[in-house]
Design a protein around this ligand. Structure first.
Ligand SMILES: C[S@@+](CC[C@H](N)C(=O)[O-])C[C@H]1O[C@@H](n2cnc3c(N)ncnc32)[C@H](O)[C@@H]1O
Length: 310
């Protein structure tokens, strides 16, 4: 069965100007049936559409905001903020020690409801010299992120659009739960865009492709998510997760020093749920390892993933 996520199919945006495009319910249902996913087809067939058969944008937005709100609860339980700071803290220390002057701009690509950026803003965990920006192609999600940040009085920014078309460059790009949405060639393009930008580093967290991931995702999403779409996509995303080798291959397209933190061989499969692929400009690797201390042993490059060792 093809591993399609419903949430990728029920919204569409013009890649040039970000405009919302109409999505015909029957076409999505057919696509899911053709992929052998009758359950997903039934979920989409139950979504409201107008007389022209186009899915109702407002209803789709409400649904996706609801599902992402439930997803935020998972991020809280998995302590996503702390996990990122464990690596991003030393990464920013390394950047500071190389003499690059702040303020530094951290851009969360595909921020959704902006949980990570809002958590970082609320805790001040990365320091006052780090500007926090969340970007998403989905206007409804990023609009809700902005509303929540204002309600919480947080010092951070949310932008609707393509994270790689921002007027100001990022110092560091991050993301959570985004990489598995791309095919391997698209993933290489994603990393290439960051390598071609002035960014000094990127650090993208996604589901670890362990044998246990789909079962773990089923248990977590069953326990924590109410809507069938969220439950379906949670398991589909675990099945689509890229292997460590695929992530490193794609990250090499950035032309930077690509590394995995806690890849399968350096981690307990019962504990690892999300782990990052990162890349730094080469002069940053030594200061990053120094700032990480003993934990730098868990940072492995492609020399550890030769075909014989993989
Ligand atoms: C599954 S959501 C991840 C949400 C969020 N990071 C979280 O953990 O809850 C993936 C998001 O990435 C966004 N996205 C993908 N490519 C993007 C890009 N180049 N610029 C901005 N947003 C992007 C999509 O619009 C989608 O909302």
């Amino acid at each position: 069965m093809d591993r399609l996520e419903i949430s990728d199919l029920i919204v569409a945006f013009d890649p040039h100007d970000g405009r919302r495009l109409p999505v015909r319910r029957a076409e999505v249902v057919e696509q899911l049936r053709a992929a052998g996913d009758a359950r997903a087809a039934r979920i989409v067939a139950g979504l409201p559409a107008g007389p022209d058969g186009v899915l109702e944008p407002a209803a789709v937005d409400r649904l996706l905001i609801g599902v992402h709100t439930e997803l935020q609860r998972l991020s809280e339980e998995l302590r996503i903020g702390r996990r990122l700071v464990h690596l991003l803290g030393p990464l920013l220390t390394a950047i500071r020690t190389t003499g690059v002057r702040g303020p530094y701009r951290l851009v969360d690509v595909g921020c959704g409801l902006g949980y990570l950026i809002r958590w970082l803003a609320a805790t001040g965990a990365l320091g006052p010299d780090v500007e926090l920006v969340g970007v998403d192609l989905d206007a409804a999600l990023v609009g809700e992120a902005d509303r929540l940040a204002r309600a919480e009085g947080l010092s951070c920014r949310f932008v609707h659009g393509d994270a790689f078309a921002l007027p100001e460059a990022a110092t560091v790009y991050v993301s959570t739960g985004v990489l598995h949405h791309f095919s391997e060639p698209a993933l290489a393009d994603f990393f290439r865009a960051q390598g071609a930008s002035p960014a000094l580093a990127f650090c993208h967290y996604d589901i670890a492709a362990t044998g246990l991931a789909p079962v773990g995702a089923w248990v977590f999403h069953r326990a924590r998510m109410r809507h069938p779409l969220g439950r379906h996509d949670g398991v589909a995303s675990a099945r689509r997760a890229h292997s460590d080798e695929a992530l490193l291959r794609a990250a090499a397209a950035a032309g930077m020093r690509a590394l995995l933190y806690e890849p399968r061989r350096a981690a307990n499969p019962f504990c690892t749920t999300l782990r990052p692929v990162l890349a730094v400009r080469p002069p940053l690797e030594a200061p990053l390892r120094a700032a990480l201390g003993r934990a730098s042993r868990r940072l492995l490059g492609d020399e550890h993933f030769t075909p014989a060792a993989a």
